[in-house]
Unconditional design. Structure first.
Length: 299
């Protein structure tokens, strides 16, 4: 849709207020404007708002003025403190706040309680996308939302314009928790990839030739997440075990020795291996799957 067509269609679209025009905020603003939503924007550095003013967006002079412009207020700022500061002097009565700023579950719950006390409904969001994926449905990007179910239902079509939506519950902290859980798994995978490339770094092995092997292997291993989830729900850690805890602990010594031989630090590898060894030492778990390691992390 062209900007002119979007402006003509704006009378039929829900107005959106957006606080924050960093890389992600800019992508969100572009998506809503392109889709024809009347948009009010505010940014600490007003220069970032100029391109959107040229496209018909209203630029608010203050965060409070922006919040006053409409019911749906989306925040995509630097951090939790930035959100608190932006909302400090604003009248939140009757507003639906949607916080897309990356934060923790505890801060989301606290912010939801404070928003409710000030007369607003609250949704927290975790964006599972990078800015180039925003506004492109086929990119697969989406946003976790949690908090007020009524607010989500009232705005779900508007919220779906930049990226897909996945509502994960009334607990305001659940969106951030889902977000961080997935990101934590990502960094775990990155650490394994980093260690694998370190092992071959000094050898006559082409990293680009090795990469497809690594991707195929990790892809084959990822479905283990489903098995882990089933074992956590059922409490059955022994049925259908293919590679037992005892077997994996015995085999892990080779991983450590190989790293030492290659002159590679085991810093990325040993934390998980040590947890498996600890579980084995507790006794009675040798023939089980390794899913019970999770209980060592959560006490």
């Amino acid at each position: 849709m062209s900007d002119n067509a979007a402006r003509e269609d704006s009378a039929h679209k829900e107005p959106v207020t957006l606080l924050g025009l960093g890389a992600m905020g800019t992508a969100l603003a572009d998506a809503w404007l392109t889709a024809g939503h009347p948009l009010t924007v505010w940014n600490r550095n007003p220069r970032r708002a100029e391109p959107f003013a040229a496209r018909g967006a209203t630029v608010a002079a203050t965060a409070g003025e922006a919040v006053a412009a409409g019911r749906l207020v989306v925040l995509c700022l630097l951090d939790d403190d930035s959100v608190d500061e932006a909302l400090d002097e604003a009248d939140l009565t009757g507003r639906d706040l949607v916080n897309l700023t990356t934060g923790t579950p505890l801060r989301a719950r606290d912010r939801a309680a404070r928003a409710q006390a000030r007369g607003a409904r609250f949704l927290d969001g975790g964006i599972m996308a990078v800015p180039p994926m925003i506004g492109i449905p086929e990119s697969g990007g989406y946003v976790f939302y949690s908090g007020s179910a009524a607010a989500f239902e009232d705005h779900r079509h508007t919220l779906a314009v930049p990226a897909g939506t996945r509502y994960v519950g009334e607990d305001p902290g659940f969106a951030a928790l889902h977000d961080v859980a997935l990101l934590s798994a990502m960094y775990g995978a990155f650490s394994g990839i980093t260690h694998a490339f370190a092992l071959i770094r000094r050898e006559d092995i082409d990293p680009e030739g090795f990469a497809p092997l690594l991707v195929d292997w990790l892809t084959a291993m990822v479905p283990a997440a489903h098995t882990t989830a089933e074992r956590l729900n059922s409490g059955d850690h022994a049925s259908g075990v293919v590679s037992s805890l005892a077997m994996q602990v015995a085999g892990s010594a080779t991983l450590v020795r190989t790293a030492e031989e290659q002159g590679v630090s085991t810093a990325l590898l040993t934390p998980y291996l040590h947890l498996m060894e600890r579980l084995l030492r507790e006794g009675g778990h040798g023939e089980e799957d390794t899913a019970r390691v999770i209980d060592l992390l959560v006490g």
